[in-house]
Design a protein around this ligand. Structure first.
Ligand code: SAM
Length: 301
């Protein structure tokens, strides 16, 4: 590694530690847990048990990324940023053919974002969890593995509109031995209210689908009355399009959000009535380029 890269990483790491002490200095348990999760994410901290899960999931990602197999699916989401597809057309779905390798490489969240979710779940130890957008089940596997490591009976319900992907993701979760995640097939418009009325209250919610302003804010308003205290909400692709930037601005400014952390690709909201001073935080680390280093002990920034 060049001297320039080493210095850059050291500076970022220093910036991260300053920001994190600001997050944690609030003193509330939620803020401290959030700071711990972020710090352990940027330092790649993991126990032997966690490492073993992560290596297995990354090995599955590797296999899927190399696959040329094709899948025909009904897609209810947006494919490109700021597409002006009318909501009614999105709602009926578009029949598309996608290569599994392409989905694993471009549609699934990369290692850093999945690991971030893993670390947040390990710190907050939520029990009832919800994910919107399963795809091949890679982010689902990370969340379910973290819940298993917590060993407190946590369960993840993940929603997926494309039937073929729902089937594949179930096979992947089963292959990994993750029985604490269930995939519900169908459009969110048809499945979400039933899932909410079954579980009543969620302490963890991640949304990685339907990247329009209207759908994102609509989902935020729908899920708010069904959140535990504290609760974590994770939004992926907050900078993907103008619409997502506007949605994230609205969400992070909402008075019910105690701390909003902007990681450029991912936005994390902590809702915790124990926190008196609401704060938006822009975290200085660009996570995507942090490499996954399965055999190297702690990672580097
Ligand atoms: C970006 S992918 C999810 C990736 C996954 N979280 C991961 O990291 O492995 C989004 C998924 O949401 C699904 N989706 C989009 N809009 C939907 C809707 N309205 N109802 C149900 N599923 C939807 C798509 O079929 C797609 O598989």
């Amino acid at each position: 590694m060049s001297l320039r890269t080493t210095l850059y990483r050291t500076a970022l790491r220093w910036q991260a530690s300053v920001t994190l002490s600001a997050v944690g200095s609030d003193g509330s348990i939620g803020a401290v847990l959030l700071a711990n999760a972020l710090w352990k994410t940027v330092t790649n901290e993991m126990t032997a048990e966690e490492r073993s899960w992560i290596e297995r999931i990354e090995s599955l990602r590797h296999t899927l990324a190399a696959s040329n197999a094709q899948v025909q699916m009904l897609n209810y989401g947006t494919i490109a940023p700021d597409q002006n597809i009318p909501e009614e057309r999105l709602a009926t779905g578009q029949l598309v053919t996608r290569q599994i390798g392409d989905l694993a490489r471009h549609s699934s969240q990369p290692f850093f974002n999945s690991f971030l979710q893993f670390r947040l779940i390990r710190e907050f130890r939520p029990v009832a969890c919800l994910e919107l957008g399963t795809s091949l089940g890679l982010s689902t596997a990370y969340q379910a593995a973290a819940l298993l490591c917590n060993d407190n009976g946590g369960h993840l319900t993940s929603l997926e509109g494309a039937g073929e992907l729902a089937k594949l993701s179930r096979t992947h979760l089963q292959g990994l031995g993750l029985r604490n995640a269930s995939v519900v097939e169908g459009r969110f418009q048809d499945t979400l209210s039933d899932v909410i009325s079954t579980h009543h209250c969620f302490a963890w919610v991640s949304k990685d689908a339907q990247h329009t302003e209207r759908a994102t804010i609509g989902f935020f308003e729908t899920i708010l009355p069904h959140l535990d205290n504290p609760a974590i909400l994770v939004f992926d692709d907050i900078n993907w399009s103008q619409q997502m930037r506007r949605a994230w601005s609205t969400i992070k400014a909402d008075r019910r959000v105690s701390i909003a952390v902007d990681l450029r690709r991912t936005g994390i909201c902590l809702l915790d009535t124990g926190i008196r001073h609401k704060r938006p935080i822009r975290f200085p680390v660009v996570g995507e380029w942090l490499p996954y280093q399965p055999r190297s002990g702690r990672g580097r920034l």
